[in-house]
Design a protein around this ligand. Structure first.
Ligand code: FUL
Length: 514
């Protein structure tokens, strides 16, 4: 009597369990040796960003301020033996730095509290190589504090760059001593200046004066950050945000935020991250790979993790200010291209704008940033797809409530989205504009709060006789922007050719560069 019941109960229980597994939203999942390729793809489609990663991704534009003793020695990498009497910015105004970036559309800034030379922009108790021993404000200055205060005034996110490599500390290379020193400095920075939104660690690790290589206690630092500033994302030698792999401002055309990790990393993550991600995911492959998370890459993984890309680049050739580079500042058009190849390739842009020896962002940088803001406004304030008649081949609208297609894809809200129904992962959406329009940029966004799924898409227009493809791409993720020769059309068709699961398209935009 009981047998048939068990026979029935077992598959039901397994089904419910699988539903539960797939309904759970996590930033990390293990892959078992019994998972089929289809299981792996389904798991990948359900990985989502943590709250702090999602907040960070939506900032789109963040800025670096490289400022320090190098600004005055006209160098890129100081050796830690600088004469500190040179450090005396005559008109320093952190309000001007932060206001400039805010007006250019940026949402968060990161200050180089200490670069590789070990010079500290705050009066650290633990070193003599700091602002305390400079003529600036007679040794009473604290530039980290000035930047933090300006961020509060202007409602901007605040981040710190603290270089693990320190060419001034004589005990660098004595791992225990130096790690304690670093921990003390980090504690100062995380407890004196209010809320910190991003902590940025560089990977450079030079030779210590004793000839030994310093072994950094990254995990101890991460624990400290999580305890003192739990909302801060830790980049790029960190668990939350990954370096895209170049310093050109050009990200990958295929950029997955869900990446494969190997067996050892899977165990470390599983052991330490019951509640939170506390280690750097050991992503398979290399940061120079063209595709880090496609089907070929995740097939052999032992785990999958949400680990999005940050694309850093400087507005000038160098990271620090050099007068000789005043005429080499990126123009508004170049900055727009950078926006398209960073934010528009599923990344966050981290643009460096280095203040000069006066302690101000120089005029040339300001002008180009103002022009960039104007260009962004005139391009993106008018989505030509707004008000279009939207006809999906097979799909429904979610989060909109009214079941209407129109509006959901152009409302600027990630959580209202279109998705295909049933088992269809490929779909077509046709847009009929009220009149022919000319455009040269298309923008797609996925609702990443439920995962990144789209693998391939094409966009076509109807020329009166037939459909003609004018652009195509692979991944979308948070945002995908594509630029092409201007097209004039009334009927546009988006085909999602392939997706890991039902695509969740939250935004569709057509724009025209002025
Ligand atoms: C690099 C550093 O060596 C550069 O000086 C700069 O700070 C850049 C953002 O990271 O690795």
């Amino acid at each position: 009597m009981s047998r048939p019941k068990i026979l029935l109960a077992l598959p039901v229980a397994l089904f419910l369990l699988s539903l539960k597994i797939y309904a759970q939203s996590t930033s990390f999942v293990k892959i078992s040796p019994f998972d089929s390729e289809a299981d792996i793809i389904r798991k990948a489609a359900h990985i989502v960003p943590s709250a702090r990663q999602l907040h960070w991704q939506q900032l789109e534009l963040t800025a670096f301020f490289h400022f320090g003793i190098n600004t005055f020695t006209n160098r890129e990498w100081g050796d830690g033996r600088e004469d500190l009497s040179q450090f005396n910015p005559s008109q320093l105004d952190a309000g001007q730095w932060v206001r400039t970036m805010k007006e250019a559309g940026f949402k968060q800034v990161i200050i180089t509290a200490k670069h590789h030379d070990g010079f500290c922009l705050w009066p650290s108790k633990y070193t003599e190589h700091s602002i305390r021993n400079t003529p600036y404000r007679n040794g009473k200055g604290d530039i980290v504090e000035e930047v933090a205060a300006a961020c509060k005034t202007y409602g901007m996110g605040f981040g710190i760059y603290l270089s693990p490599w320190d060419r001034n500390a004589t005990f660098y290379g004595d791992s225990t001593l130096y790690n304690t020193y670093f921990m003390n400095q980090l504690t100062e920075l995380l407890s004196r200046y209010g809320k910190v939104d991003e902590v940025w660690f560089d990977g450079a690790n030079g030779e210590g004066p004793n000839g030994k290589q310093q072994v950094y206690d990254f995990n101890g630092w991460y624990q400290l950050i999580r305890r003192l500033q739990p909302q801060a994302v830790i980049a790029v030698m960190g668990p939350d945000v990954r370096w895209v792999g170049t310093e050109t401002g050009v990200g990958r055309e295929t950029e997955w935020s869900v990446l494969p990790v190997g067996a050892q990393s899977q165990q470390q993550i599983a052991a330490t991250s019951q509640k939170d991600m506390m280690v750097v995911p050991g992503v398979l492959g290399s940061s120079s790979d063209e595709d880090r998370g496609g089907r070929e890459k995740i097939r052999t993984a032992n785990g999958l993790v949400w680990y999005p890309a940050e694309t850093d680049v400087s507005i000038r050739p160098g990271w620090f200010y050099h007068p000789a580079q005043d005429d080499k500042v990126k123009s508004a058009r170049q900055l727009m291209d950078t926006y398209l190849t960073s934010v528009g390739r599923n990344g966050v842009l981290l643009l460096n704008v280095p203040p000069d020896t006066r302690g101000l962002i120089s005029d040339s940088d300001i002008h180009h940033l103002e022009d960039f803001a104007q260009l962004m406004k005139s391009t993106f304030s008018n989505n030509l797809a707004t008000g279009a008649l939207v006809r999906p081949a097979n799909g429904i609208v979610k989060g909109g409530g009214k079941g209407k297609h129109a509006g959901v894809l152009t409302d600027g809200c990630m959580e209202t989205y279109f998705t295909s129904t049933g088992k269809d992962t490929a779909t077509t959406i046709e847009f009929t504009l009220y009149a022919p329009q000319t455009f040269d940029i298309v923008s797609l966004q996925e609702n990443i709060t439920i995962g990144q799924r789209i693998e391939k898409f094409i966009v076509e227009y109807f020329d009166g006789i037939q459909w003609k493809q004018f652009t195509a791409g692979t991944t979308v993720g948070y945002r995908r922007l594509l630029k092409f020769a201007p097209v004039t059309a009334k009927n546009i068709r988006l085909t999602i050719v392939s997706s890991r699961l039902n695509p969740a398209l939250s935004e569709f935009g057509l724009y025209k560069l002025p």
